[in-house]
Design a protein around this ligand. Structure first.
Ligand code: PEP
Ligand code: MN
Length: 340
């Protein structure tokens, strides 16, 4: 349920409404908008009706929201959310590029990748240190050592860091070394981890699960936002379908669908979405044309030597030429693409 306050509602009236919501056993969420203040109500302890609030001073309307997601939905908050990752913004007029290897493999490897990525324009460096691999025998990442190398490479090049949080045990360490916490596809349904990253207050990059619907992705985001952390960026990274020609099927429908249903920024990962480096450039262009707020690309200075996802990683030349092509979309999209 959403309580709309009058345009001239006072601070005192807003606080009184919030107190009433709490007294009834629900949680009030202030949702400031360009036009007016609204107060969202969540909680499942009892039944709430519009009559509880309509008579309170400063209230103009009470709307019931039937969608299962509330705080992440446009019904609750019509204005786009802009997520600020250490001065790099997602969801505003800028389009951001996140790039880097699948995994941090060594100090030299991530340093070289950071140089490549920075030279052609990315603002964020990616690289997994705690890798949730499908096989227990596959490279599991350099863990804490990897976080240190990643941070060092990012600081040297002036990039911000995004890396995956695999579990609640390692969350504090990952949060200390990164600017943006990545929740991977395998963890999209890990609700206790979602709550913990919500509590951390740090920006979160939430990847869509392989077999999750758009609504399930939004419900996962709701777990984070319901802890008071609105700094969530959604990521379409391909889903499993009957199609076997590509590693996953990149669901570009999800971009405008998510934008319609939610105010959160949406980016696309065409590397995992296709699984093949030569399909990444066309699908990157398509993702931006579809309205994505950014791209997450796997880039490796020597893809043939990569310890994970080498085949879908862009080599430096391909990455560079893609960035030049992407930049040409600016006048068509009417947005600034943050590549150099
Ligand atoms: C990754 O970004 O390297 C990764 C493991 O992605 P996903 O969780 O989408 O599979
Ligand atoms: Mn990968």
């Amino acid at each position: 349920m959403l309580i709309l306050m009058k345009l001239d509602a006072t601070r005192r009236q807003i606080d009184d409404v919030k107190t009433r919501v709490s007294e009834l056993g629900f949680t009030p969420h202030e949702i400031p908008g360009a036009q007016r203040m609204a107060i969202g109500i969540t909680g499942n302890k009892a039944k709430v009706t519009p009559d509880h609030f309509l008579t309170l001073p400063g209230v103009t309307d009470v709307i019931s929201v039937s969608k299962p997601f509330k705080l992440v939905g446009r019904d609750f908050k019509p204005d786009d959310t802009v997520v600020d990752v250490g001065g790099v913004t997602f969801g505003g007029t800028e389009i951001q590029i996140i790039a880097g290897p699948c995994s941090v493999e060594s100090r030299e490897q991530i340093m070289e990748a950071a140089d490549v990525v920075r030279a052609s324009g990315a603002r964020l460096l990616r690289g997994g240190a705690f890798k949730p691999r499908s096989s227990p025998y596959a490279f599991q990442g350099l863990k804490l050592e990897g976080l240190e190398y990643l941070k060092e490479a990012a600081e040297r090049t002036g990039l911000k860091v995004v890396t995956e949080v695999k579990d609640t045990e390692t969350l504090d360490a990952v949060a200390e070394y990164s600017d943006l916490l990545q929740i991977g596809a395998r963890n999209m349904y890990n609700f206790s981890l979602l709550e913990r990253v919500g509590d951390s207050g740090k920006p979160v990059l939430l990847k869509r699960g392989f077999s999750s619907t758009v609504e399930e992705l939004l419900m996962a985001a709701e777990y984070i936002v319901s802890r008071g952390n609105y700094n969530v960026i959604l990521c379409e990274r391909g889903i499993r379908t009957f199609e076997t020609a590509t590693r996953n099927t990149l669901d570009l429908n999800a971009v405008p669908v998510l934008k319609k249903l939610s105010h959160l920024p949406v980016i696309v990962d065409p590397s995992h979405g296709t699984g093949a480096w030569d399909l990444v450039p066309p699908m990157s262009m398509a993702a931006l044309a579809a309205g994505a707020d950014g791209l997450m690309l796997e880039v490796h200075a020597h893809p043939e030597r990569a310890l994970s996802d080498g085949y879908q990683s862009l080599a430096p030349d391909t990455y560079r030429s893609l960035m030049l092509r992407v930049k040409k979309l600016e006048p068509v999209l009417g947005r600034t693409i943050m590549v150099n």
